[in-house]
Design a protein around this ligand. Structure first.
Ligand SMILES: NC(=O)c1ccc[n+]([C@@H]2O[C@H](COP(=O)([O-])OP(=O)(O)OC[C@H]3O[C@@H](n4cnc5c(N)ncnc54)[C@H](OP(=O)(O)O)[C@@H]3O)[C@@H](O)[C@H]2O)c1
Length: 333
């Protein structure tokens, strides 16, 4: 099959399109013919070597964490999917590789594609949708009447998280630049802050939840907008010891996580705020919940650009520019 392969770690290193063997199928997996794959910053960060401690991948590696496509082979232990099913997924860590013509996906991580979505639209959903779900529903337990500050509302995670938070009945504040104000308002944001001309920490007070996706300075300022008892959930670091335990990281890696997060954990504790790092996981049953919301019209995909398969490196570069409005997708089939 054709795939975009990372031969060794390197900052900005281009992926090489080449022929590789179709991966072997495990008994609990289906083989998906990839019709579309979405690009995530995680792909660039892995390529650059930033995730070596958390996700120690062996080279050569096919990147790609989002897929929509058709089931073309079914493992003997698979019960819920059959040949020809249209599906979507965020494949499990260490089984990634959607920048390719085929990818095996574990049954437990897969869901049927939402009716009415194109393959490109479906591929744009799993990683960011599951991130928002695991932050807002599983961790924050966000409920009606609560107030949440979602940073970078115009990005891949932000465009989904705003819609999910509104569906859950919360009031949403977000940051973006002037060009994207209308977009985030259309998605349901109640308070929109232009981060280039305004300071969110001077505007927001007593929020219940912050979804942090930006740098350490933004994380520190976010503490000031939360009420005592509020939750600060960061998807951009620093990883905390609970996460190290969760992924069964070696002791020295857990030590590094303890050190990196010591400052924010101490400040949060002092204000009665719960700090946690989230690294999203593949999850087919949560993806089915997301399917329900999409089919009910509560959430719709936001796609900025679709690139042809041959232009996968350009798609990565576009995402790395930091200017994407919603998701960037690669059309493979
Ligand atoms: N831990 C996890 O499980 C997990 C999962 C998903 C993503 N992430 C991380 O979360 C971060 C966001 O991911 P993403 O996919 O949503 O990114 P993205 O789609 O690339 O974000 C691009 C958007 O960010 C906005 N933006 C840039 N700088 C900003 C700032 N200072 N303040 C507010 N908005 C700003 C841009 O709007 P303008 O053009 O208007 O500036 C643009 O629309 C990344 O670091 C990613 O690696 C982590």
């Amino acid at each position: 099959m054709k795939a975009f392969v990372l031969e060794r770690y390197g900052k900005g290193r281009p992926l090489r399109m080449t022929e590789v063997p179709t991966p072997d199928l495990h008994d609990d997996e289906v083989l998906v013919e990839v019709h579309a794959a979405a690009v995530n910053l995680l792909d660039s960060k892995i390529r650059d070597g930033e995730f070596k401690l958390i996700l120690p991948y062996r080279m050569p590696l096919v990147l790609g964490h989002d897929v929509a496509g058709v089931v073309v082979k079914v493992g003997p232990r698979v019960r819920q999917f059959k040949l020809g099913d249209e599906v979507y997924a965020r494949p499990d860590d260490f089984r990634i590789g959607t920048f390719a013509q085929f990818v095996p996906v574990k049954e437990a991580s897969l869901a049927l594609k939402p009716a009415g979505l194109t393959m490109e639209e479906a591929a744009s959903i799993p990683l960011v949708g599951l991130t928002a779900w695991q932050a807002l529903v599983a961790k924050a337990k966000l409920t009606t009447g609560q107030r949440i500050f979602i940073q970078a509302g115009s990005g891949g995670v932000g465009t989904f998280a705003i819609q999910l938070a509104k569906h859950l009945g919360a009031t949403v504040a977000t940051t973006t630049s002037a060009a994207n104000v209308e977009l985030v308002k259309r998605l349901g944001a109640d308070v929109v802050i232009d981060y280039k001309t305004q300071h969110f920490e001077e505007i927001l007070r007593d929020y219940d939840v912050v979804l942090n996706s930006q740098d350490g300075k933004t994380l520190a300022k976010s503490l000031g907008v939360l009420r005592s008892g509020g939750k600060l959930i960061s998807i951009s670091g620093p990883p905390d010891p609970a996460f190290g335990k969760d992924i069964a990281a070696p002791a020295f890696v857990r030590g590094v996580m303890w050190l990196l997060s010591a400052g924010v954990r101490r400040k949060a504790r002092g204000r009665g705020i719960d700090y946690s790092f989230l690294f999203m996981k593949a999850n087919g049953s949560q993806l089915r919940e997301i399917t329900r919301l999409i089919e009910a019209g509560a959430i719709r995909p936001v796609i900025d650009r679709v690139f042809p398969f041959e232009s996968t490196n350009d798609a990565l570069a576009y995402v790395e520019s930091g200017r994407a409005k919603g998701k960037v997708v690669i059309k493979v089939h």
